[in-house]
Design a protein around this ligand. Structure first.
Ligand code: GRE
Ligand code: ZN
Length: 327
């Protein structure tokens, strides 16, 4: 399919590049990742051309700004990344758009940077890599905390999507992974971390306060669609400190938007299609951690959707979500 739009597509600046090294493992592909992460030119556009991806919404690699403990340094790096994206978009306005990197130490600083990116640089939303580490390694801030309500008020006012992207748990707080570091990142831990953060947002009353918030998550929903019925079923018995007014599933189905990033797989796609409104499902790749070729080869051929749905999920839904200036 031509004309696809993808929006979990990462790049790095020198300041954040090293963070991605551990994900390359022993596979000897670090040099290739380095080059692909830093490139916002010919090579990336070449892959997009070859796979029918017309537009990519760029974002900074994980954990990025979220693992920088110092608030001022985090703002500096976020702004540098945002400027780099703005420059790439200016050069290739028909091929790129951008999702802002945000320092989340201070909700008001985060809100101001988002406002600057959206209003002055034309960004389409934000992509944040899970909880923010603040001051010391062990201090993790989740965005359902009451102090972040002022930040969400700005997201709501700007009316732009917020992509909650995975990161790893803090190793010292993750005893359940002892002896199994392979389990902590993309194979399982990413989804666990991001799903819990997503469910915390649902259970915090956030969406009662701001009914227009739109949260994007990747990897066909970080395992939540598969578990959603059971969450509501069991919460009939256990709702301690649940602060939502409605059942959790209602918030998830109303406020969450799910991409195919890094999960090119029919059974999981079927489950997501069964659980969510088809207006809230989108194609994405997760480049360079996934090959655009793998994403597109699967997506273009999967028989789980018909041609009209392929068009919608591959393109039209994203145009609406981000209010893109495309037909
Ligand atoms: C991702 O962005 O989803 C990702 C990484 C690193 C490794 C694997 C992966 O940031 O899927
Ligand atoms: Zn990703």
């Amino acid at each position: 399919m031509d004309g696809k739009i993808a929006f979990e597509e990462h790049f790095a600046i020198e300041d954040t590049l090293e963070q991605a090294r551990s994900f390359a493992g022993d596979s000897g592909i670090w040099d290739e990742f380095t080059q692909q992460l830093l490139d916002l030119g010919g090579q990336r556009l070449g892959h997009m051309d070859a796979t029918g991806i017309e537009m990519a919404l760029l974002s900074l690699n994980a954990p990025g700004v979220q693992r920088i403990l110092d608030a001022r340094e985090a703002l500096r790096v976020a702004q540098k990344a945002n400027e780099a994206m703005a420059e790439a978009v200016a050069k290739h306005p028909k091929r790129y758009a951008a999702l802002a990197a945000l320092p989340m130490h201070n909700p008001d600083v985060a809100a101001r940077e988002l406002e600057r990116c959206v209003q002055q640089l034309g960004f389409k939303g934000a992509l944040v890599n899970g909880f923010q580490q603040v001051g010391n390694e062990d201090n993790a801030k989740y965005y359902d905390l009451p102090e972040y309500r002022s930040f969400w008020a700005t997201v709501s006012k700007l009316d732009v999507p917020f992509y909650l992207h995975p990161r790893m748990q803090i190793a010292s707080q993750a005893r359940n992974y002892d002896g199994h570091p392979w389990l902590m990142s993309a194979p399982w831990g990413f989804a666990l971390e991001t799903s819990i953060h997503s469910l915390r947002l649902c259970g915090s009353g956030l969406f009662d306060d701001f009914p227009n918030l739109r949260i994007c998550i990747g990897h066909l929903g970080e395992n939540i669609p598969f578990g959603l019925w059971r969450i509501d079923a069991r919460m009939r018995f256990s709702r301690r400190e649940y602060r939502g007014k409605r059942p959790l599933g209602d918030y998830f189905r109303d406020h969450f938007h799910i991409t195919t990033s890094g999960n090119f797989n029919d059974p999981a796609f079927r489950c997501t299609l069964d659980v969510l409104d088809h207006d809230k499902i989108y194609f994405s790749a997760d480049y360079p951690f996934e090959k655009m070729e793998d994403a597109a080869t699967w997506y273009d051929a999967t028989q789980v959707i018909d041609e009209a749905q392929r068009r919608k999920i591959g393109r039209d839904n994203a145009i609406k979500l981000f209010n893109l200036d495309l037909k």
